[in-house]
Design a protein around this ligand. Structure first.
Ligand code: ADP
Ligand code: TRP
Length: 320
């Protein structure tokens, strides 16, 4: 099965991104033909500083490799290295009703807030459709917020096929597991927009300090507490084994513990959990030639597939 997903290089990944998305993408490389790319063309709608975009793009590739994406199992590449996708975007654009894009939430929300939007943001879903269709993708794992874009993609594929004959493979969204919602340091959903994130990579001591500052309630230490209601417990559960998690839950129900102990346990467990990825990340940083080679090979493989699909689409609509 051809599985494809893209990640925008717009910032440093946090625990929520890992458990809610990245880990699930990477697991899919085992049984499938995975195509994963860094969506730098999409990021250009928000990142308007060249050096920053370059660095974020490389960082995102290293993050994925460090977290277990295996270039021998899956194809990893940078979106803009496959110009066929941009070309295909135009073919799709000519059959895209304005109303369809006007209903898309990113554009609609910006407009509702009175923020001026540009054509890049407006046509963002068409580029995304092209990303998906260019590789004959069958399954697209995404977060809930991207499902609307997959619907747009299916619409565009359907109307192109209808107008010009069977050309594109119809993709399906695979929504990620929601029980994986990770709380942030303030108990709300962890998100860049709430400044409550805990990063995957970075200075361990600094991250430990951030963990020690997680907000907690002020009930007396001795009170028994329901673990499921507590965000600190939910964070611990991400890292602890089944037995450790059960032991922690029992401690909550008994009462007579301090949140400081739990925070220390979260810090220790997360440090161990990400230790391997962290050391792999450091190795990659000192071996950028390898990272560039992976991306070059990935782009080459991706171009082969996209070139074939673009040719098919061009012939179908009379461009060749
Ligand atoms: P942010 O909210 O920090 O801007 P993004 O919107 O860039 O994160 O999310 C990228 C991916 O990570 C999405 O697939 C999203 O579903 C997932 N994700 C982000 N935050 C969380 C979270 N707190 N829990 C679970 N998944 C998350
Ligand atoms: N728009 C997606 C996001 O913001 C990233 C993306 C771009 C993508 N192209 C894609 C995801 C194609 C899946 C398939 O998260």
């Amino acid at each position: 099965m051809r599985v494809l997903s893209g990640i925008q290089p717009t910032g440093r990944p946090h625990w929520g991104n890992y458990f809610g998305a990245i880990r699930q993408y990477i697991e899919l490389q085992e049984e499938n033909d995975g195509f994963y790319f860094i969506a730098d063309l999409h990021a250009l709608t928000t990142v308007r500083e060249a050096e920053m975009l370059r660095q974020y793009t490389l960082d995102s590739a290293m993050d994925l490799l460090a977290l277990g994406l295996d270039p021998n199992k899956a194809t990893l590449f940078v979106q803009s290295q496959v110009p066929e996708v941009s070309e295909l975007t135009w073919l799709l654009m000519t059959g895209t009703p304005m109303g369809l894009l006007e209903r898309c939430h990113a554009y609609k929300e910006k407009k509702a807030k009175g923020i001026p939007a540009d054509a890049g943001l407006f046509t963002y879903p068409v580029l995304m459709a092209s990303d998906i269709l260019a590789y004959d993708s069958q399954v697209v794992p995404v977060g809930e917020d991207q499902v609307q874009h997959i619907e747009v993609c299916r619409d565009l594929a359907g109307s192109f096929n209808h107008a010009f004959g069977e050309t594109f493979v119809m993709p399906k969204a695979k929504t990620l597991d929601h029980s994986a919602k990770v709380p942030g340091t303030d108990g709300q959903k962890m998100s860049k927009s709430y400044s409550n994130t805990l990063p995957l990579f970075g200075d361990v001591k600094k991250i430990r300090k951030q963990i020690m500052r997680i907000t907690t309630d002020s009930r007396p230490m001795d009170d028994p507490k329901e673990p499921e209601d507590d965000h600190l417990f939910q964070l611990y559960r991400l890292f602890g084994s089944a037995e450790q998690t059960e032991a922690m839950a029992a401690m909550y129900r008994r009462g007579g513990f301090g949140y400081g102990e739990v925070k220390k346990a979260v810090a220790d467990a997360s440090e161990t959990y990400f230790a391997e990825a962290r050391s792999r990340r450091a190795e990659l940083e000192s071996n950028l030639d390898y990272v560039h080679e992976v991306l070059r090979n990935g782009a080459e493989r991706a171009r082969e597939v996209a070139g074939e699909v673009l040719g098919r689409a061009q012939r179908a609509c009379g461009l060749r």
